[in-house]
Structures are given as structure tokens and as C-alpha cells.
Design a protein around this ligand. Sequence first.
Ligand SMILES: C[S@@+](CC[C@H](N)C(=O)[O-])C[C@H]1O[C@@H](n2cnc3c(N)ncnc32)[C@H](O)[C@@H]1O
Length: 303
Amino acid sequence: MNTSSPKPSAKATQSGKRNRTAVPDDRAVNRSRKVRSPLPYTDLQPEAWRDYPDILTDSLWVFPGRERQNGHQLDYHGNCIPQILTQLLTRFTCVNDVVLDLFAGSGTAIIEAANLHRRAIGVELKPDMVQRVQDKLQQQGKTPHATLICADSSNLNTTSLAIQQALQAFNASLAQFVFLHPPYDDIIRFSDDPNDLSNASNTQDFLDGFERVCQQAFNALQSGHFAALVIGDKYAASEWVPLGFMCLQRMNAAGFKTKSIIVKNISGNEQGKGRTNNLWRYRALKGGFYLFKHEYVMLFQKP
Ligand SMILES: C[S@@+](CC[C@H](N)C(=O)[O-])C[C@H]1O[C@@H](n2cnc3c(N)ncnc32)[C@H](O)[C@@H]1O
């Protein structure tokens, strides 16, 4: 959806700090107001690529730290860094578009969508997190731009209906971008709720539940638009479990076309360091494996 509203700035940087050089200059903004992007899903204009120095186009993303400004904080074990959303939303959505996050958690995507003048619908299973995100949005005066739904994203009946109603309240029938940051199987147990994907009895059940969420995403997304999946692998019974690629296959099974597999360094979420790091280094050397220092940002398009 294109509107005549002012264009958001491409404001995130890899250092996690706001950088004035990242903001397109007035010349670029004026040009973009006169000339609409030829791409239906973005305000960016490929011909003006020189004006977007901080929009990443390579498949290796290295962020030295987490952005902690503009409403973002490290307040949830398992949340993602906001710069992922800044990159994705700036590149793959337009001002006023509707962003659907089916694992909203502490609301990183919802807050960044509001920062960038997008609207957002977040679905999250845990009522306390839904309340926390609503409180944050209220404190920041962003409530008109976002709707939170406390529900199971894998439910293709009642939750689909609730998403439809939220879209209608925004005068929309479909979302223009979907963000998926599911539990990485059982790596972090988020709750005791049996519908929580981190409580699946085994990896196969986790993947089956995840595929229903992929279907939810596919049904709610406008054709030609993008979905992103943030996921990491896991290690179990002395074996590397390629969760990322397993989830990618489930996205494809739901109908999505794979556009990119981005490898991103894990940073900004570490809780303990020092001695624990040494212990893991010892275990890696002894066990013949490598320690996880990356996760994936996988990009898909609905045909
Ligand atoms: C990796 S976290 C997402 C973190 C989020 N991106 C953030 O930055 O805060 C995964 C979230 O999915 C939620 N979740 C797990 N199963 C779910 C389900 N079936 N439906 C909706 N949410 C679910 C968990 O409660 C958890 O908050």
C-alpha cells in the first residue's frame, strides 16, 4: 500500500546507534515523493540505491550490539534485536502498511513498525506479554498503530478470525508483511501452555505446529509481499539439528517461495559470559562440535 505520508528514515545502523548519515537527505525524500517506487511492496527506489547506505543487501549480517533506544529494551529472554526489523520493514514495506507478527513476545516488531509509521498486529500466547506490550505502546503513545491478540497462532479457526477482525479494524483485508520469530523448538521454554510451540513433545510436533503458523501467515499475507523467519539451529543428543532448514521446508510447504537465507551473528542477547564461555569452549573441543554464533533471517515471498 502506497500513501502520500512522509517516508520513514532508514535509520538503523549495524552499530545499533542512530546515524544521521543513514537518513535519506531532503533531496532523496523530495525525489521519492515525486517518483513512486516501481516495486509494489516498498517505498525504496532501486534507482536511488546511493541514498540508502545502511540498507543491507548482503547475506551476512553482523551487528555489534543491540539497539536500546526508541522504545526498545532487552527485557525478554529470547527477544530479537530491533535492527533486524528496521532492515526488513524499511526494505519490504511502505508507510502505513500492516505488519503481522505471529510470535509477538515482547513486541520488538510491533514497536519498530510503529517507529517506522507502519501499523501492526501482534499475536502472542502469553497474556502477561500481551499486557506488557500494550503497556509499552501506551507509554510511548503508539496504541492507535497496533493491535495485540492473545491467542495460539497455529489455530486456523478462532485465531484466523481474530486476525481478520484486526485487519478489518485497520480497514484492510490482508497484511503487507509477516514476521515470524518462533521458539527454537525447546531451547527456551516460554510457558506451560500446551499450545506453546516450545512445549511440543518432540521436534516433529514442533514443526507440525510451526507449519500451521506458516499457513496462517500465508493466508493473511497479500500476494507478492514478503514474510521473514528468524530462527536458529539446536544441538541434541550429540547431533546438530538444522531447525532453520527444517522450518524453511515448512514455509515452502505452506506455499512461500524462498528469496534469501541471511546468516546473522548472535549478539545482544547473551546473559552470562566469562566462565560459562570457557566451559562451552572446553565442551566444544571435547565433543567435536562448534558453538552457535549465528542464526538465520530467512526471507520468503507469497507468489
Ligand atoms: C522467540 S519468542 C519471540 C520474541 C519476539 N520476537 C521479541 O522480540 O520479543 C517466541 C514467542 O512465541 C510465543 N509462542 C509460542 N507458541 C506460540 C503460539 N502457538 N502462538 C502464539 N505465540 C506463541 C512465546 O510465548 C514467545 O513469546
